[in-house]
Design a protein around this ligand. Structure first.
Ligand code: ADP
Length: 187
């Protein structure tokens, strides 16, 4: 089963994705974590990605498409996965759709974590104080929200055409939201 978590930055995709992947015994693929690890290790990928990430911009598809291809080709992603942080652009969505279709698979569920903008800003500012993520600055947060609206929110309509999008209110407790996701997925 392939499940995509969609939602604004700070909407809780990482938190819920982790719980969901553990419960279902699926691999979680998180492009943000992969890119942050690359930045920390100063690999060629990291060196290329860092500037975009610090500014709150998307890392270009020229870089991310091959990363996604590589992740989906891994043995642990053959039977299913929880996708967190991608696809985030039309080209990424096309690649995921095509790769799964070639394997006779498809995205089964798209969970849209719905959290008001004031709340995601509050969460990211709180996280900035705790974790010091280099893109949790006021300017980068503003850019990330704009980029989400411009590049990623249109994917909701793309997947909704297939009837696989379910909106999840993302403002309760972590447990409440996890229970709601379990109810939607049916396991
Ligand atoms: P958030 O969604 O909270 O902003 P992520 O960890 O998903 O956090 O992403 C952090 C940054 O990593 C993004 O702002 C972007 O620069 C980069 N990134 C992550 N995933 C992708 C992707 N699929 N395509 C392009 N850039 C990405």
């Amino acid at each position: 089963m392939f499940i995509l978590l969609l939602g604004a930055p700070g909407s809780g995709k990482g938190t819920q994705g982790k719980l969901l992947a553990e419960r279902l015994g699926l691999q979680k693929i998180t492009t943000g974590d992969i890119l942050r690890t690359a930045v920390a290790g100063a690999t060629p990928l990291g060196l290329e990605a860092k500037k975009f990430m610090d500014d709150g911009k998307l890392v270009p598809d020229t870089v991310v498409l091959s990363l996604i291809k590589e992740e989906l080709a891994k043995p642990e992603a053959q039977q299913g996965a929880v996708l967190d942080g991608f696809p985030r652009t039309a080209a990424q969505a096309e690649l995921v759709d095509r790769t799964l279709a070639e394997r006779g698979q498809r995205l089964n569920h798209v969970l849209l974590l719905d959290v008001p903008e004031e709340e995601v800003v509050r969460r990211m500012m709180a996280r900035a104080a705790r974790e010091g993520r280099s893109d949790d600055t006021p300017d980068a947060i503003k850019t990330r929200l704009q980029v989400y609206q411009r590049d990623t929110a249109p994917l909701i309509a793309h997947f909704a055409q297939r009837g696989i999008v379910r909106r999840v209110p993302g403002t309760g407790t972590v447990d409440d939201i996890a229970v709601e996701i379990q109810r939607i997925i049916g396991r």
